[in-house]
Design a protein around this ligand. Structure first.
Ligand SMILES: [Ca+2]
Ligand SMILES: [Ca+2]
Length: 385
């Protein structure tokens, strides 16, 4: 982290929804799990329309398409062949680095088919986002004054542009209340990720953060791309493997090597940065997966196009919905914050640790209120053939 902005408890500000409700990541857990009964032995349509029974436990090998790789590859992108794979995550509790959460929203594990696509080799960088802003004059959500109609009852003095910044407490705290380490900071935006005093100068290659979902989608449209579906993202992240815990395999630190920018030390007060980075890293500092993609675990969370529901996978099966190129549910529901719509995030961030989040595990799912930028949320794009 760079300099710390003044601490302001969002909940004490009578604040915009962004500050009060939009905190995206991992509030203890358990509530969502308790709210749903998970289907076992459901029927799923495969990509040929055949009904096949699924098991909640089983991963089957990835069957990548064998169609030829397109001759022309857009700059900075990698061709992902697509095919059929097992999507989801087994309960990681008890695994080394598996964390405290059952990850119920990532089950049942089920077969999904995606067409081939190109995907960015890395997260979108500050430099690339700067090019977009210079070319279009685009103003991100965090730079716009919050509209009174979006935050009824908020005092006008609170409707100031800003965004959510990780602000570590000085000592150990209960992990039950994430407001302790998140602060709505006026003036925080992609150019000033930790507040007005911070800067991205000299950080051209860092992943851009403080981008809302619509900001990421606007960048993608400008670049002739789009945000990935959750299924595309997971297919790419698995790198052709099946059931792997991480994009590179099953050992969190093979031969002691750090493979991703995550958190070391006691969360959230002690960040030892043993992996070399206390906050965002320049993209591509850690080894790629077998498809050549960097930072599919850690560094920054990545927006996907799907609405978030914890029962999205279960609903897909219960309805017999095709699992060919799934685009997610038609609406959002998060029982932890029922009044907020959420979009899917993937991959975890530099704040993820086995003490709290563990969503660097490849099949796990994140979520955030789409108007909320955060100091640990970024994105990458895909491009269909
Ligand atoms: Ca780190
Ligand atoms: Ca990432």
């Amino acid at each position: 982290m760079k300099e710390q902005p003044p601490r302001t408890r969002p909940s004490s500000r009578g604040t915009p929804t962004r500050s009060v409700y939009a905190l995206p990541v991992w509030i203890g857990g358990g509530l969502a799990a308790a709210a749903f009964v998970w289907g076992i032995g459901a029927i799923v349509l495969d990509h040929a329309g055949r009904k096949t029974p699924i098991s909640t436990g089983g991963f089957q090998p990835t069957a990548a398409n064998t169609t030829p790789t397109p001759a022309e590859t857009p700059a900075g992108m990698i061709w992902i062949p697509g095919g059929e794979f097992s999507m989801g995550c087994a309960d990681p509790r008890g695994q080394p680095f598996g964390g405290p959460d059952a990850m119920q929203d990532a089950r049942p594990i089920h077969r999904v088919y995606v067409d081939g696509f190109w995907i960015d080799r890395t997260e979108v960088t500050n430099e690339r986002f700067s090019e977009f802003v210079a070319a279009t004059g685009y103003v991100t959500v965090a730079e716009r004054p919050p509209r009174p109609e979006d935050f009824p009852g908020a005092p006008p003095e609170n409707l100031v542009p800003g965004s959510l910044v990780f602000t570590p407490p000085p000592g150990p705290v209960s992990l039950a209340n994430h407001y302790v380490w998140w602060t709505y900071v006026p003036g925080a935006n992609w150019r000033h990720p930790n507040g007005p005093e911070s800067s991205i100068e000299g950080r051209d290659d860092d992943a851009v953060v403080q981008v809302a979902h619509e900001d990421a989608a606007a960048f993608a449209a400008w670049a002739g791309k789009r945000l990935p579906t959750e299924a595309e993202w997971e297919f790419a992240a698995r790198g052709g493997l099946s059931g792997n815990l991480y994009p590179w395999g099953n050992a969190f630190r093979p031969a002691g090597r750090f493979m991703a920018n995550t958190w070391q030390g006691q969360f959230p007060s002690e960040n030892t940065a043993s992996d070399g980075y206390a906050a965002t890293a320049p993209v591509g500092q850690f080894p790629p997966n077998a498809y050549g993609l960097h930072d599919m675990s850690g560094n920054v969370w990545e927006w996907c196009s799907d609405w978030y529901r914890p029962d999205a996978y279960a609903m897909r099966h219960a309805s017999g919905q095709s699992v060919r190129n799934p685009r997610g549910p038609n609406d959002s529901f998060d029982p932890q914050e029922p009044h907020e719509k959420k979009r899917v995030l993937r991959g975890g961030s530099f704040l993820c640790t086995e003490q709290y989040c563990a969503r660097y595990i490849v099949g796990t799912r994140g979520k955030a209120e789409p108007s909320s930028g955060c100091s640990h949320i970024g994105f990458r794009c895909v491009k269909p053939r």
